[in-house]
Write a new protein. Sequence first.
Length: 89
Amino acid sequence: MEEPLDLIRLSIDERVYVKCRNDRELRGKLHAFDQHLNMVLGDVEETVTTHEIDEETDEEIVKKATRTVGMLFVRGDIVVLVSPPLRTT
């Protein structure tokens, strides 16, 4: 590996974890990407975490919403982290 994007290149056709801005997380099969980290993911599970304050108790309420998407284009400027699949060899 010579460049950071080489690690992502090795993850083509593998399931990856993508952490995005605004408490969004994606897990899906990486089909394509470019130098801006725009990505096309397939069989995607998207999890959105929201934080609210209960007005009566002032406690933080954390809610997670999950949805499944067949194919998704991810714009690179929202990507915070890309984690390749765990390799055991």
